[in-house]
Design a protein around this ligand. Structure first.
Ligand code: C2E
Ligand code: MG
Ligand code: MG
Ligand code: MG
Length: 284
């Protein structure tokens, strides 16, 4: 019986991995034409300043409205887009859309010319020879100053990058583009390495803030966040916290000196018009 059960489990696991292979195959096939067919869209998630609760901007998060599978999240297709090279045109498209969107928010807000847009960069984009030229062109086309843009790169994608590999990011930073280190704390963080990176913001991964969703907060998580905030501020870096889901958490993180927060407690990722409403609500 044990053997039969074992056999069964094996079959289930096998069927499961077959389904995954087929799904991966079907997604890979549809990917090259998805961009021209207009199947991608972007949701925006507000970034909120913790001291006063005002909306400072939003992160652009790409989705794929697949004709068969419905809405797919980036975790389901970004790795495929990286493998197939589509990430470069897709990433550029996201950047163009986001820049145009930021222009619209700024025009609509009038008195608030400080709304920013955050865009995620994948490793292929980072090493692409036209990253700087393309980014500058996109900003110019949108009539947006560099400081209206924040590019997010993950800690893992920068590990091992030498000065030559970092040069494009440094050039963008020198132009005034904000560079954020995404999912900070999940990779191997050689802290002295931080000083050499052209980043101005640390985005603390949500694994560190999960233990603060309800009181009492996990004391170890509190100590870790405290330490990171103090280190970041010593290095003149701002701290953004991801995955803030409760009021208790938001209050705690504000108390710990985190600068900006993002999470379901404030808003889920949504259509661009919604940010507009949130930001205007602040102004009143
Ligand atoms: P990320 O940049 O770390 O983005 C944050 C992720 O956390 C998003 O997932 C967001 O929806 C989710 N999130 C936000 N608030 C909360 C919360 O309170 N609780 C929980 N549980 N989750 C929250 P999403 O949209 O599925 O994106 C996943 C990842 O895909 C992103 O992680 C980013 O690395 C990547 N990504 C998204 N858009 C792009 C893109 O245009 N280009 C590239 N290269 N990568 C992208
Ligand atoms: Mg991000
Ligand atoms: Mg992140
Ligand atoms: Mg993340």
């Amino acid at each position: 019986r044990a053997k039969a059960a074992g056999g069964n489990r094996f079959e289930i696991a096998d069927a499961d991995s077959n389904a995954r292979v087929i799904a991966r195959h079907s997604l890979t096939n549809g990917l090259p034409s998805a961009l021209e067919k207009g199947e991608f869209f972007i949701e925006y998630q507000p970034l909120v300043r913790l001291t006063d609760g005002t909306v400072r901007g939003a992160e652009a998060l790409v989705r794929w409205l697949h004709p068969l599978h419905g809405v797919l999240g980036p975790d389901q297709f970004i790795p495929l887009a990286e493998d197939t090279g589509l990430i470069v045109p897709l990433g550029r498209w996201v950047l163009e859309q986001a820049a145009r969107q930021a222009r619209e928010w700024r025009d609509a807000a009038e008195d608030d010319a400080s709304l920013r847009v955050n865009v995620n960069l994948s490793p292929c984009q980072l090493s692409h020879p036209k990253l700087v030229a393309d980014t500058v062109a996109v900003l110019e086309d949108a009539g947006l100053c560099p400081s209206a843009l924040c590019l997010e790169v993950t800690e893992n994608d920068l590990i091992g990058a030498d000065e030559t590999a970092l040069r494009p990011l440094r050039q963008l930073a020198d132009l005034g583009v904000d560079i954020a280190l995404d999912d900070f704390g999940t990779g191997y963080s050689n802290l002295s390495y931080l000083r050499r990176l052209p980043v101005s913001t640390l985005k603390l991964d949500r694994s560190f803030t999960r233990g603060m969703q309800r009181a009492p907060a996990d004391p170890v998580d509190v100590k870790i966040v405290e330490g990171i905030v103090s280190l970041a501020h010593t290095l003149d870096l701002a701290v953004t916290v991801e995955g803030v889901e409760t009021a208790v958490q938001a209050e705690h993180l504000r108390g710990l000196g985190c600068d900006t927060a993002q999470g379901w407690y404030y808003a889920r990722p949504g259509p661009p018009e919604r940010l507009h409403t949130l930001a205007l609500a602040d102004a009143n």
